[in-house]
Design a protein around this ligand. Structure first.
Ligand code: GTP
Ligand code: MG
Length: 326
């Protein structure tokens, strides 16, 4: 039954039908990505992957839309993944993405997908890495991943994408955040968006100042100023992205990037399974001993059951040992 499903899906996928890609990503989101990725993985490794992160409202979706327009003008096919942080405000964000990207909806060579990060470890959707692979295997030239920068997700996007863009808002104190959160290290390109903002120049100076304090080996982050709404600066941004890709290829660092994306996904998958099993074992944790002893006991049981337990189908839960409930 599942086999029939996957064959029909792959037929659509291989014929280049967007619904094949859409269904593949949906499968992945519902935890059925393993077989698909197994079959399609050999076809990956061609796409240019760009991560775009930054605080809420900085203009990420508007920048995405402008970058899509630029890539399309160069004849490139594009996939956009916008990761929804699943905050109480996420509906607004999603709606915002939709509005910002509408002009590309009718273009068959642009594939847009929103994904929720809810219920997964870390900030980025568990299925995001799959979606990147699937879009790559589908043959899209550029894959753009947009996510709101909320702590962990910036680091994750940098692991997943070859080129990481960090968008910053003039007049927001973002530059201080950048230093605090270690974002300096992950940005390949800083984008000061809303160049029409009166504080835009000051923001540029602050970033330049920050960069002077650091010593870079290899790639020195580019600083680009844009006005995403009018499209100003988008050509420069694209040039900076291309320069970074050239740098990665010429230095061979591209292999390092691929390895990073690979290990990122492996870690996500392994952590997800471990988390599931841990959750299961925690149901039975003893509370009549101290927490250190309980953790030791749990881990002993954990590794004892390692050979037999199946991550996806945990064995029937034994009766609780919690004192007073037995
Ligand atoms: N003045 C000005 N406004 C801009 C510019 N770029 C985007 N905006 C506006 O900023 C607002 C937020 O833009 P979005 O693209 O939705 O920002 P975002 O970072 O995707 O927002 P979230 O996804 O909610 O985090 C919108 O009203 C845009 O029209 C710009 O260059 N100048
Ligand atoms: Mg957005």
């Amino acid at each position: 039954m599942a086999t029939l499903g996957i064959d029909a899906l792959l037929r659509d996928f291989n014929d280049g039908r967007p619904r094949g890609l859409a269904r593949a990503i949906s499968w992945s989101e519902s935890g059925r990505g393993a077989e698909l990725v197994r079959r399609l993985y050999p076809r990956t490794g061609r796409a240019m992957t760009i991560g775009l992160t930054g605080p809420p409202g900085v203009g990420k979706s508007t920048l995405s839309s402008a970058l899509v327009r630029k890539a399309r003008s160069l004849g490139k096919t594009v996939g956009v993944i916008s990761v929804d942080p699943s905050s109480p405000f996420s509906h607004g964000a999603l709606l915002g993405d939709r509005i910002r990207l509408t002009e590309h909806f009718v273009d068959p060579d642009v594939f847009i997908r929103s994904m929720a990060s809810r219920g997964h470890l870390g900030g980025l959707a568990g299925a995001t890495a799959d979606a990147v692979l699937l879009m790559d295997a589908f043959g899209l030239d550029v894959v753009l991943i947009e996510t709101v920068g909320v702590g962990q997700s910036e680091i994750e996007i940098a692991e997943l994408a070859q080129t990481t863009l960090v968008a910053l808002q003039p007049g927001s104190g973002d530059s201080i955040q950048v230093i605090k959160a270690g974002i300096m290290e992950i940005a390949d390109i800083f984008v000061v968006n809303k160049a029409d903002h009166p504080m835009a120049n000051q923001m540029r100076r602050e970033i330049r100042g920050m960069m002077e304090m650091l010593q870079f080996t290899g790639w020195v982050p580019e600083l680009v100023t844009t006005q995403a709404l009018s499209g100003e600066g988008i050509d420069d941004l694209w040039k900076a992205i291309e320069a970074h890709v050239v740098y990665l290829n010429e230095t061979g660092e591209i292999e390092e990037k691929r390895r990073e994306a690979f290990t990122h996904q492996v870690r996500q998958l392994a952590m997800g399974r471990l988390q599931k099993r841990l959750q299961h074992e925690l149901h039975d944790v003893r509370i009549d001993i101290d927490p250190y002893a309980a953790a030791d006991a749990l881990l002993t049981r954990f590794s004892a059951s390692e050979d037999t337990a199946d991550a996806d189908e945990p064995p029937a839960r034994p009766r609780a040992i919690v004192k007073g409930l037995t």
